[in-house]
Ligand binder design. Sequence first.
Ligand code: SF4
Length: 495
Amino acid sequence: MALKTPLEYVESLRALNIRAYVGGERVDSIVDHPAIAPHINTVAKTYELAHVEEHRDVMTTISHLTGERIHRYTHIFQSADDLVKKIQMLRLLGQTTGTCFQRCVGLDALNATYAITFEVDAAEGTDYHERFKRYLGRVQAEDLMLAGAMTDPKGHRAQKPSEQADPDQFVRVVERRPDGVVIRGAKLHNTGGINAHEILVLPGTGLTADEGDYAIACAVPADAEGVVFIFGRQSNDSRKLEGGCDIGNPRFGVVGGEAMVVFDDVFVPTENIFLNGETRYCGTLVNYFATWHRANYGGCKGGNADVLIGATAKMTRILGTERNAIVKDKLTEMIHLNETTYASAIGASAMGYALPCGSFMVEPMMANTVKQNITRNVYQIGRLSHDLAGGFLATMPDQKALENLEIGDLVRKYHTANPDYTADERIRYGRYIENMTSTTTMVEAMHGAGSPQAQRIVMLALASLDSKIALADQVLNGTDDVPGLPLPGSVSGPA
Ligand code: SF4
């Protein structure tokens, strides 16, 4: 059963005994909780579209391990075309759900672990890669929803993991047994973990040689003993409990249902351990993951913005402003900003190159540029949406006012603009815009896949200013001109 159906995904979650807390209370069934259900429904779309013939080429592929058809979300990138198709898949899913569909973190964590285990084995004579391939085979065969877990709490930011007053600020091994290890710590901002089958835990930073206990990569079932999920608050999340149009994106939620996941002395058997003490590879592992994930944002945010641009364009029709040249120009600017990041993500993928293990990495400069632009363009697109939709985004009455027999008609009367559209429709689209441009969405665009400065550090390092200076020197001082041309000659002056 290499391709789960949406229902099989939901039923498989039901079978897990996940320890989760929402609003400070223990949740009996994550599937039946209104705060989590929209995020489950979003992931279910990733399963559903894999069964749609029209999307088969983008949503599925052939396993390089078994030759079987598998979900693209469990695939190891075998070519630049695979990388391009991944970005296309993300845009499609973003267009379908208008939010984060969560499975990409696990996908990139799978690929990063596949690549690094090959390199560790080649250098150290270990056998992590074959072990990981066995794990990967199971992930592909069962079409598992994996959550990658990278970001540690980090404690005092000026101190290394081994220097922290509380050594648990980074996930670490606290006990080694003949048949496995016991890990302790937490991962924050964990996308999709609360509705995943398994968590792929990876180090979140480069480590020094004396920090071997922190160099742990492993797979942990979401319902393993000692795993605790604490669901994060989002802007306007209590509206999910009220129902109605005030939710904004009622079917799919806002961003990825992030949770804090705690590993409270969790035992990990040897077959699920893919790095255990090899500190010198952690920086590369983190870099691999981050580079793939940064390119993703041109796809998923592109699809999300398609929906937001659509909602905004519809709002201009509801208001009767759609023929105004300035309105058209602002919509054009939203499109331009969106296509710029999508084009960079496609470019980073098309320029992908083979890693030592044979899988494919996106071109890192473009990948980092994608994410850097996302930290601006998502805000700018949201700003233009606010501009065009108007101040009622912040002041419109709520669903209960619409339902109230005394005042509902007054609300409708004074919120009707173009009579071709109802006031209810205006408010519903307004709520979508409000929620999809709210704090949670913006902060996710800013910090997901690494904060903006992380990309700038990589970009500056990759740009090699010395080589650019050499280019300038050559252009200005070169002597490689075609002989005989009446060139003005070089200007003499300081070297
Ligand atoms: Fe995927 Fe985008 Fe969500 Fe990251 S933010 S998990 S790339 S949909």
